[in-house]
Design a binder for this molecule. Structure first.
Ligand code: PMP
Length: 426
């Protein structure tokens, strides 16, 4: 019998490239039919066939309170009743800027946009405009949205001038993007020693969540901060994923490193499209209408989206929120590790705040190269067994997972039980 999910996917492929509006949703990496959802509540989701799941994607991070949180839904309804959009300033945007500035003090000035891609793309333009330099540094395996200059991966060698990793990106655009190895302090030092004064900015995920989960080494972050200061290079923390996810003040609070600029997204929209970029006032002052760097958006600071975000940010400030989220995520990771050990499967896992990484390798990877060594086919088998048991994980061995405040101890226990079955099949 063909399921409703299968029917929807077959029809979608006629009209939507690959049947999806964002590639990872297509299950290309794990195979099978993507799940089409029709409802979410708290930690749970229901698909088009009525099957129930415990959700560990949480819309790739934003749903930190779980799905359809009543206070967020009420805030959205109230804002919507006062018009969906003005294309003019509102007091809500000011409230959001004040809140972001209070919780992430390095963001002295903030501009709102509608996605993480817009935030990183704009931050880089500002950094280039401010420094009057063209070259930028990113790290292999970090994802910063799909702006041309950021769709670049590294080749081998100490210093690799970028080659686009997507068709449609001119080589000339990618040529200004240098890609280095994450957590490789020596490579960073060597690069700055040779061309430090030509580098406009360094952008990184301060905890990487786009090549599974990779944790930064403190020495790497400290060296990066010192080199950027020394060479007048703008240090951009892309906290689109980690902002309000690993700690209330983001990864910069957790690791005690202050960037010059920060990008946000995901949690600050509570599930609606909001991004932000901000940083030192001196740097942000180059933006139009004050300065020569242009950036704009018809729906930027949209009142409905900002209301969802403000209510989410109000609720995550509850005392003990991140302690509880972190403890729950640790409990999940520990339970999965114990289940794998019992089954004799080479497996490791770790978490930071409400983000976690699962690796089908005996030790936790610290770089893209190490991550690529993980057993992808074991992950795929594990993924499908978990999905059958109603546990919805990211459909790729290279995605991080997310726990929300709505996940209960019973959810975690059910997940670990499903994992025992899954590990036994490997
Ligand atoms: N930066 C990071 C660190 C991200 O994880 C993402 C999206 N996963 C982006 C930027 C791009 O955000 P968006 O998908 O909202 O454009």
């Amino acid at each position: 019998m063909t399921s409703r999910n299968q029917q929807l996917f077959e029809k979608s492929q006629q009209l939507i490239p690959g049947g999806v509006n964002s590639p990872v949703r297509a299950f290309r990496s794990v195979g099978g039919t993507p799940i089409f959802f029709k409802k979410g509540l708290g930690s749970r989701l229901w698909d088009a066939d009525g099957k129930e799941y415990i959700d560990y994607i949480n819309s790739w991070g934003p749903m930190i309170l779980g799905h359809a949180h009543p206070e967020v839904v009420a805030a959205v309804q109230q804002a919507a009743a006062n018009s969906l959009s003005f294309g003019a300033p509102t007091g809500l945007e000011l409230e959001m800027a004040e809140l972001i500035n209070r919780l992430v003090p390095s963001m002295e000035q903030v501009r709102l946009v509608s996605s993480g891609t817009e935030a990183t793309m704009s931050a880089i333009r500002v950094a280039r405009g401010f420094t009057k330099r063209n070259k930028i540094i990113k790290f292999e395996g970090c994802y910063h949205g799909h702006a041309d200059a950021l769709l670049v991966k590294a080749g081998s060698g100490l210093l690799t001038f970028g080659e686009p990793s997507s068709a449609g990106v001119p080589a000339e655009v990618a040529a200004h993007t240098l890609t280095l190895d994450y957590n490789n302090t020596q490579m960073l030092k060597d690069t700055f020693a040779s061309i430090g004064d030509e580098i406009a900015c360094v952008i990184l995920e301060p905890v990487v969540g786009n090549m599974n989960l990779i944790v930064p080494q403190q020495e790497f972050l400290q060296t990066l901060r010192a080199l950027c200061t020394q060479h007048g290079t703008v240090l951009i923390f892309d906290e689109v994923m980690t902002g309000f996810r690993v700690a209330l003040g983001g990864a910069q609070a957790l690791y005690g490193i202050t960037p010059d600029m920060t990008t946000l997204g995901k949690v600050i929209g509570g599930g609606l499209p909001v991004g932000a970029f901000g940083g030192r006032k001196e740097i942000m002052s180059v933006l139009a209408p004050l300065g020569p760097v242009y950036q704009a958006g018809t729906l930027s600071g949209n009142p409905v989206a900002v209301s969802a975000g403000l209510t989410t940010l109000k609720l995550v400030q509850a005392p003990g929120f991140y302690e509880s989220l972190t403890a729950k995520t640790t409990q999940l990771v520990d339970g999965l590790k114990a289940a794998a050990q019992k089954a004799g499967v080479p497996f490791s896992a770790q978490s930071v705040g409400g983000m976690f990484g699962l690796y089908f390798s005996a030790s936790t990877p610290t770089s893209y190269a190490e991550m690529m060594q993980a057993d992808k086919s074991a992950f795929n088998t594990f993924f499908h067994s978990m999905l059958d048991s109603g546990i919805y994980l990211g459909p790729s061995a290279f995605e991080a997972g997310f726990v929300s405040a709505a996940h209960s101890n019973a959810d975690i226990a059910q997940t670990v039980q499903a994992a025992e079955i899954a590990f036994a099949t490997l």
